[in-house]
Design a protein around this ligand. Structure first.
Ligand SMILES: Nc1ncnc2c1ncn2[C@@H]1O[C@H](COP(=O)(O)OP(=O)(O)OP(=O)(O)O)[C@@H](O)[C@H]1O
Ligand SMILES: [Mg+2]
Length: 425
């Protein structure tokens, strides 16, 4: 390897280091308000929006110091709830107790965790007991629970009743017990917690009402510039990148990583190759975004993609212009998709226009349409008929049929690379 070979400045495949973490100052301040008050916070954001990176940042001593809170009083425990599969409450408590023992130097706490782990099954009561000791030692516990929505998925070994019991226990610990004074819980999830799981807990109250809720917002223009600053580029290239990634940090880092490595190796890169390699690297983000959407949301995404398709495919034989009126009836669902940063809304001559925050997500949805077989189409038709007239549905079906029979019409993904394409050659 030659000496002057520069390392790629972009981060992929792992949470970003606290030093390279961009933006979200407001949310960092809020998280520390909650930590300071021994209170709780639920942060939600779609795939790749930076949930794990954010929790990782909260572990950094420097960040604690910048917030004027003494980190030595805190025992910080991070747990990704997806690690426990299927989810089992006893394993959850056990892992937390184990980590407390690992993360503290206080001997009395360490001894207590060891004793607790000798018991065959860990429970919330064990943790409560340890918390009391933590409080006695003038310390407190910060529980960083990543992908907390994993605790809401039932399974043959983790039933709906188990979920309710688990949530009631968490709520008791964080909200009602004496020991809550020594605990601050910060959790992340893909969707707002109240949209999933049981509406009430075993004791009949909302299980999530001890959390403050915050959304992990997309990066703004200035922050996007900072993420991309590792590689000099023209404004045109940057605009092109934004069409594909929007303010999603994972997509931005992936594009940066790919362009940087190609530039370094001197390989030629056209739009087609770029798009293919980008999709290979990021497919799971699009897949997850699609699967997180319910049937109605998927139907709306299909309509938006079809509506945009006019501009991408020449010689389209169809006109879906009146479809836009449907959007005005589905404000709530569209708002939800917008909040989750899948789509964005712009005003054009007093008309609201919906577009995808990532053109590659738009391509993904077209691929889904293209792969619609008669069976799936029948199911989709029922969903469409919920909010469209028979005539409108027939029109949409025509287009879907046309696309699945004429795959060459949208064969080249390069069309979705849009503004960036001319600069890739
Ligand atoms: N604030 C940020 N500044 C710079 N890069 C970021 C930031 N947040 C996330 N990233 C980048 O985005 C990628 C995804 O981040 P992260 O894994 O934290 O997201 P996530 O929301 O936890 O994703 P998933 O839904 O897959 O769990 C990381 O590789 C990281 O490089
Ligand atoms: Mg994550």
């Amino acid at each position: 390897m030659s000496k002057d070979r520069k390392r790629n400045p972009f981060t992929i495949g792992q949470p970003v280091d606290p030093e390279s973490f961009v933006g979200h100052q407001g949310l960092i301040d809020i998280a520390f308000d909650q930590i300071y008050n021994r209170s709780n916070l639920a942060i939600w954001g779609g795939p790749g929006m930076g949930k794990t990176s954010f929790l990782n940042l909260l572990k950094s001593e420097q960040v604690w110091q910048s917030q004027d809170i003494n980190p030595s009083e805190a025992i910080i425990v991070y747990l990704n709830c997806l690690e426990i599969k299927p989810f089992i409450a006893a394993t959850f408590w056990r892992k937390i107790i184990y980590s407390i023992g690992e993360k503290t130097k206080d001997d009395s706490i360490v001894q207590l965790t060891k004793k607790s782990l000798q018991k065959p099954k860990s429970t919330k009561e064990h943790l409560r007991y340890i918390l009391r000791k933590i409080g006695e030692q003038n310390k407190f516990l910060v529980l960083l629970l990543d992908d907390y929505d994993a605790t809401l998925n039932s399974d043959s070994r983790y039933t709906e009743t188990d979920i309710e019991i688990f949530l009631t226990e968490c709520r008791h610990l964080a909200n009602h017990s004496e020991e809550r004074k020594y605990l601050s819980m910060i959790v992340t999830s893909l969707r707002r917690l109240n949209e999933k799981g049981p509406s009430l807990t075993a004791d009949g109250s909302p299980w999530y009402n001890h959390f403050g809720f915050q959304r992990l917002k997309p990066l703004n223009d200035k922050e996007i510039g900072i993420v991309l600053s590792g590689m000099p580029m023209t404004r045109e290239i940057r605009d092109g990148i934004e069409e594909i990634a929007g303010g999603n940090p994972a997509l931005l880092q992936n594009i940066g990583f790919l362009l940087y490595s190609k530039r370094r190796s001197g390989e030629t890169l056209n739009a087609e190759i770029f798009a293919k390699e980008f999709v290979e690297a990021t497919e799971h983000f699009f897949q997850d975004t699609w699967q997180l959407a319910n049937e109605l949301e998927q139907a709306l995404l299909m309509l938006i993609a079809l509506y945009q398709l006019k501009g991408r495919v020449q010689k389209t034989r169809y006109d879906l212009s009146d479809i836009s009126t449907i959007f005005s009836q589905k404000e709530r669902e569209l708002n939800d998709l917008e909040e989750r940063y899948v789509i964005q809304r712009t005003l054009e001559q007093e008309n609201t226009n919906y577009s995808f925050t990532s053109t590659i997500m738009e391509w993904w949805v077209i691929k889904e349409i293209e792969n619609t077989n008669t069976e799936i189409l029948k199911q989709r038709e029922i969903v469409f008929l919920n909010f469209m007239s028979r005539k409108q549905v027939d029109k949409v079906k025509d287009v879907i049929n046309y696309l699945s029979e004429n795959k060459e019409a949208i064969k080249s993904i390069a069309k979705w690379v849009g503004k960036l394409a001319p600069y890739l050659a």
